[in-house]
Write a protein that binds this ligand. Sequence first.
Ligand code: NAD
Ligand code: DAU
Length: 350
Amino acid sequence: MKILITGGAGFIGSHVVRLFVNKYPNYTIHNLDKLTYAGNLANLKDIEKKPNYKFIKGDIVDAAFINALFEKENYNAVIHLAAESHVDRSITNPLEFVMTNVIGTVNLLNAAKTLYQLSTSNFKLFYHVSTDEVYGALGETGIFTEETAYDPHSPYSASKAGSDHFVRAYHDTYGLPALISNCSNNYGPNHFPEKLIPLCINNIKNNKPLPIYGKGENVRDWLFVEDHARAIDVIFHNAKVGSTYNIGGHNEWTNINVIRLLCKIMDKKLNRAEGTNEKLITFVKDRAGHDLRYAIDSSKLQNELGWKPSLQFEEGLEKTVDWYLANEAWLNDVTSGNYAKYYEEQYAKR
Ligand code: NAD
Ligand code: DAU
């Protein structure tokens, strides 16, 4: 198996690359990443010298580059994670999300289709990694199943919904072997500190305000990132082509309760008096079009393929805090911008 993983230098992608490189020494894993602000090769230091791993710097929006890469490498499968992923950035710059998330995905689909149709190819699967945000927002009750109609509200979720539709269209129209998973909010090591949890870990560490949008009543369903990577492994190897699986932790929390729990954990870890960190909570202007609640029904994945989350949220959050406190250099490099030099220093001259 020669597998192309896109976006492998990002948060979730780096955990997926690590899992596949370590677990399947007979597979060849190519990690294609543009190294935008969200891509950080330091995430993969521990596996970068493994013989079954190769990093390729490139942009999925560049169709000529993508076509040439597929022609040269004759991949057996693609696991597609590369994307612009931050909702707030999509509100200020929607077009970038259309380019990467929609056009970039269609470029990959075209290259995969061309390869699949060659008599000499053994192309087996285009696995598209998507989000629960395509389903829109829930009220106080309800849960997203695989049958829930798409109803995206932010430019980010609209672009992910667009990419999901194209993946299904390539399966239905051209017979491209494809499947999709839609996952809830991930948290864990290597999460870029613009997202709620790592942002607040960094701010608590530095005694800075914790910005909570609106009243903090919005609900997210949190899943530890390594559990998502394990789900991708299980789906990649066992799911029926053409299918869709929801992935989630059955773990709903209001934002304010997530941050209160985080404050408590970090009071202890930083030897601060109980209640110290909570004083940093600051309510700020709400996000435009802020989805009230997400909740994912992952029973199809659990019942059919036997996956389940391995960690309780309290345990996972503590593990995450420990990782950030033990990896100060990673956090400092990311917040200072130094991490961008890693590619030049370690890779560009190779
Ligand atoms: P991320 O922003 O941390 O990483 C994205 C990666 O894609 C980065 O390494 C970046 O350099 C790369 N990239 C961006 N544009 C590119 C381009 N044009 N060409 C090549 N590479 C490019 O994102 P993440 O949080 O790890 O999310 C990964 C995927 O999982 C995304 O598709 C996202 O929609 C999906 N997802 C994320 C979550 C979550 O909670 N973070 C939940 C469900 C689904
Ligand atoms: O649901 C899956 C999605 O989860 C993924 O598809 C996205 O890529 C990922 O970024 C994430 O989207 P969210 O918008 O839910 O994540 P974020 O960490 O940005 O925000 C989580 C919640 O916290 C959300 O309700 C907004 C709120 N928030 C966020 C930030 C950055 C705050 O209150 N303050 C903040 O500073």
